[in-house]
Design a protein around this ligand. Sequence first.
Ligand SMILES: Nc1ncnc2c1ncn2[C@@H]1O[C@H](COP(=O)(O)OP(=O)(O)OP(=O)(O)O)[C@@H](O)[C@H]1O
Ligand SMILES: [Mg+2]
Length: 225
Amino acid sequence: MSNIIECRSLNFDYGEGSTKTSVLKNLNFKIQTNEKIAIIGQSGCGKSTLLNLMAGLDNPFDGEVLINNTNISKLKEHQKTELRAQNLGFVYQFHHLLNDFSSIYNTALPLLINGSDNNEALLKAENILKKVGLENRTNHKPSELSGGERQRVAIARAMITAPACLLADEPTGNLDEKNARDVLDLIIELNNNQSTALLIVTHDLSIANKMERKFDLANGYLSEK
Ligand SMILES: Nc1ncnc2c1ncn2[C@@H]1O[C@H](COP(=O)(O)OP(=O)(O)OP(=O)(O)O)[C@@H](O)[C@H]1O
Ligand SMILES: [Mg+2]
């Protein structure tokens, strides 16, 4: 097994002086091929901050993040974007779909950005939308979809590049219980089929219990449960 993401001695603060908030303290973590991991923690403990650091969307004050054994702090912005696009997929709490685009274009977007052929990207998008049960919604825009359907498009978009690791930030936080269960089962199923590592951050224990390993994030420290 190889490391897909590795965090070494990460420290991260927000603010300065009297408003300084120390969010992550000397944090070490790694996720390897095919692993399913949950990071659990209360609102405000730093889960989204940690995911952003892992994806190179933010920079740590100290410490290193390696994606596929490459230290991202040493890379230029476009190299980071490329490394991220080659290795990671994201599902956010709020779907972050583009409102003016239909499901099929939203799903195909990561491939189109990577320079894939247009027709090939749309064909792949159609296939993956079928897998998430949205073959009859390919031409709908986000405003014409239900919350659960939007989240399924977001999952299709995240998985279309067959990333080595899927990072999911409260992917079901915005859904009712049944939709939340369906969406989570779908993530796990796609993850099994594509042999993708999966990191879910959540405050929901029932979601965390479906993962193989669980970590607690509290007071800036990560500990395995
Ligand atoms: N831009 C910012 N400036 C200052 N403080 C911030 C900023 N963003 C986040 N924080 C603080 O950092 C802490 C961690 O925020 P973060 O969003 O990582 O928490 P979280 O665990 O994802 O919470 P939630 O479960 O509510 O999404 C919070 O206390 C928050 O108030
Ligand atoms: Mg958050």
